[in-house]
Design a protein around this ligand. Structure first.
Ligand code: MG
Length: 368
C-alpha cells in the first residue's frame, strides 16, 4: 500500500457558548481546524485533524499546520501509511520539530491501518478498557458566580469532572475555586487549570488560600522550574500540561516527582504514535493521564475516544468531547456524549466518515 495523495481542508468551528476564555485574557470564538486526508493506491483513505487552541496557546497555529503539511507531504508520497513507526521516522527526518504539523498525518495513517485491517483503533491501541470514558467539562473563565452557574448547568447534563479556567487575578481565582468546590459533592472531580497564567508568587498564594479544598492544580506557571517550586509548596495533587511537550520532558518531570497526573495532548506530542509511547510509559510508571488534544472537532474527538478507551481505567483521569463544544460537525460517526461519558467506535479505524459538504473544497492537494 502506498500514499498517493495528501489532501488538506480547512474547517471553521464556532463555539456553542460564543467564546472560550482562559488565562491572560486569551479567548477564541471560532476555531480554525485542518482536516487531512491520506489517500492510498488501494482505495482506502484515512482522515486526521489538527486544531491548535489559537496561535497564542502552544507554539502552534492553524496556518502553520497547513504550511507544514505542504512542506512535509511530498516526502511521504509512495510510503506505506500502515508502517507508522517508519512513517514517523520519515516525517522527523524530513522536517525538524513542528510536532503539531505531523499529528494530523499520523492520525490519518492510523485510520488507514484500522480500515486496512478491519479493526477499530481502540483494539490496535491495546484493547477496550471498561464500558466508557469519563469526560471533563472545561469552564471558560468568567466571574466566579458565572463559572459556578456554568458548572451547575453542565453537571445537569451529566458531567462529574470540571476544569476551571483560572490563571487570572489570583484573588478572583481563589473565589472561583472556592465557590465551585463548595457546590460540588465530594465525588465530583475539580481541576483549577491556570494554563501558565500565574507568576510563581501568585500561584503559591492561591494554593495556600485553597489548601483546605479538594482541588487539583494544573500548570500554574509558564516555566517548568516555577511549576516545580509551586508543586513543592502545595499539598494538592498536581497536573502538568503545557510543559510536557515530549518524552524528554515527561521523563524529567517523572524523575523530579513534579506531577501526579499528566495532560497528554495528541498534537502537542506529535500524533497518536508518540502519544501512545508516553501513554504506555505512564501506565507502567503509575501516572494518571488526561487524554485529549488542544482542541478539535468530530475527528479529533473520535481519536481521543480510541486513545482513552484503550487506556487502563485507573490511569484515565479524564478526556474531552470537543465535538460538543462547537456548532459544526466535520464527520459522522464520532462519539456522542451520554451522561458525561463517551465510547470509542467499533467501526474500523477512527470509525468516522467526514462530511465532505462541511470540508468543502481542499486548500491544496499534494499528489505523486
Ligand atoms: Mg491544561
Amino acid at each position: 500500500m502506498r500514499i498517493e495523495r495528501i489532501i488538506v481542508y480547512r474547517v471553521e468551528l464556532p463555539l456553542v457558548e460564543g467564546s472560550y476564555k482562559w488565562s491572560g485574557g486569551k479567548s477564541v470564538s471560532v476555531f480554525d481546524s485542518t482536516v487531512i486526508a491520506v489517500e492510498t493506491d488501494s482505495g482506502i483513505t484515512g482522515y486526521g485533524e489538527v486544531c491548535p487552541l489559537g496561535p497564542f496557546y502552544l507554539p502552534a497555529y492553524a496556518e502553520g499546520v497547513r504550511a507544514g503539511v505542504r512542506e512535509l507531504a511530498p516526502h511521504l508520497l509512495g510510503y506505506d501509511p500502515r508502517e507508522l513507526h517508519k512513517l514517523n521516522r520519515r516525517m522527523d527526518a524530513a522536517l525538524k520539530g513542528h510536532p503539531y504539523v505531523k499529528s494530523g498525518i499520523d492520525m490519518a495513517c492510523w485510520d488507514v491501518l484500522g480500515k486496512a485491517t478491519g479493526l477499530p483503533l481502540v483494539i490496535l491501541f491495546g484493547g477496550r478498557c471498561g464500558d466508557n470514558v469519563q469526560l471533563y467539562r472545561a469552564i471558560s473563565q468568567q466571574a466566579p458566580e458565572d463559572m459556578a452557574a456554568n458548572v451547575a448547568g453542565y453537571r445537569s447534563q451529566g458531567y462529574r469532572r470540571f476544569q476551571l479556567k483560572v490563571g487570572g487575578d489570583p484573588n478572583i481565582d481563589i473565589q472561583r475555586i472556592r465557590e465551585v468546590r463548595e457546590m460540588l459533592p465530594p465525588s465530583d472531580r475539580l481541576v483549577a487549570d491556570a494554563n501558565t497564567g500565574w507568576t510563581q508568587h501568585e500561584a503559591i498564594r492561591v494554593v495556600r488560600a485553597v489548601s483546605d479544598l479538594d482541588v487539583y492544580i494544573e500548570q500554574p506557571c509558564l516555566n517548568y522550574e516555577e511549576c516545580l517550586a509551586v508543586r513543592r509548596a502545595s499539598n494538592h495533587p498536581f497536573i502538568l500540561d503545557e510543559n510536557i511537550d515530549g518524552l524528554d520532558m515527561f521523563l524529567r518531570a517523572k524523575s523530579d516527582l513534579a506531577m501526579d497526573v499528566v495532560n497528554l495532548k495528541i498534537s502537542k506530542l506529535g500524533g497518536l504514535t508518540k502519544t501512545l509511547q508516553i501513554r504506555d510509559l505512564c501506565v507502567q510508571m503509575g501516572i494518571a493521564m488526561t487524554l485529549e488534544d488542544s482542541w478539535g472537532g468530530s475527528i479529533i474527538t473520535a481519536a481521543i475516544a480510541h486513545l482513552a478507551h484503550s487506556t487502563p481505567e485507573e490511569f484515565r483521569f479524564s478526556s474531552t468531547d470537543f465535538n460538543s463544544y462547537v456548532t459544526v460537525s466535520n464527520a459522522l460517526g464520532a462519539p456522542m456524549r451520554i451522561d458525561g461519558t463517551m465510547e470509542a467506535s467499533s467501526q474500523p479505524g477512527l470509525g468516522i466518515e467526514p462530511r465532505m459538504e462541511v470540508l468543502g473544497e481542499p486548500v491544496f492537494t499534494i499528489s505523486r
